[in-house]
Write a protein that binds this ligand. Sequence first.
Ligand code: NAP
Ligand code: F7E
Length: 323
Amino acid sequence: MAKSALITGITGQDGAYLAKLLLDKGYQVYGLVARRSSDTRWRLRELGIEGDIQYLEGDLADGSSLQRALLKARPDEVYNLGAQSFVGSSWDQPIITGVVDGLGVTHLLEAIRQLSPDTRFYQASTSEMFGLIQAERQDENTPFYPRSPYGVAKLYGHWITVNYRESFKLHASSGILFNHESPLRGIEFVTRKVTDAAARIKLGKQKELRLGNIDAKRDWGFAGDYVEAMWLMLQQEQADDYVVATGITTTVRDMCELAFTHVGLNYRDHVVIDPQFFRPAEVDVLLGNPDKARAKLNWQAQTSLAQLIEMMVEADLRRVGRE
Ligand code: NAP
Ligand code: F7E
């Protein structure tokens, strides 16, 4: 019989790629969708899978809606990707970030524990938990030091996942994923902001690009590669925690150079530093060590940053050209 999966955050970047991966594997895919006043399914449309998903209304802040969704879907696997995921907004909305990204995980784990204890669970944890890094390359044993309300909330979500695994023997895994991007990335995140601007400037629709701390360094990979690691975690006999990263770190500045060079421009002629984009506390550098994922999941990143940025700029050139 076909397996079934429930994805929270199915309308987000990772939710869309994961839904496609699971549909391609023959899963029946259920998506939890929070009530919004306007359409949020553009990513699912871009991947051509909008009509292939069973949608269930629910919100991570409302435990009763999660219970109903679990009872309807009766899933073999739950992927908890729903979150207020933008670090910058977490200082403006710290409470909802905590309710959704932190306590929301407990709502979901409780529903699984009480209604469907054999369901396997994936928690979308993050390299932002390392924050003020305590080791040059961060792995599963590196101590955490989050630097934003987002990182703090996600750390709670991570530990409650570990705790429910240890307390109730749930098959609950936490993927500590480093930044991953794609043409479906939200426009507020720096890679997409840069690739969209490079396309607009090239096509004469924008003149400058205002950025914050371009000396920050990130370990950037391709979202399409990373959702495969999520699935692999839930196929293991034992639940566990894994760092998922490329093992290479690059400055925002060098990432800009890749994007602008691809369209024949010099980023120095267009980037303006704007203090409004600096954060109250910054994560200066992240660099993951994905050795455990390579050894135990046989997973490794397939896409270089240059290939990723090229893919994103090309997609944005097409989009801006159509406008
Ligand atoms: P994203 O594009 O921002 O998507 C977030 C999803 O969460 C959207 O579907 C959103 O729904 C949903 N959501 C927001 N609030 C919700 C609520 N109260 N109840 C239910 N759903 C809610 O994020 P992403 O990049 O795909 O990331 C997926 C997950 O991985 C997130 O948990 C993120 O924190 C985590 N993560 C991401 C990265 C990365 O680099 N991308 C790295 C590590 C961890 P709407 O569309 O309706 O707003
Ligand atoms: O910032 C700097 C900014 O917003 C990256 C989320 O998916 O990955 C993401 O969080 C860096 C930071 O991603 C601008 O200060 C400079 O140092 O693209 P970002 P993030 O904060 O790393 C982690 C792993 C997650 O879990 C999150 O959900 O770029 N930066 N200038 C800027 N950033 C933005 N957004 N905008 C700027 O203008």
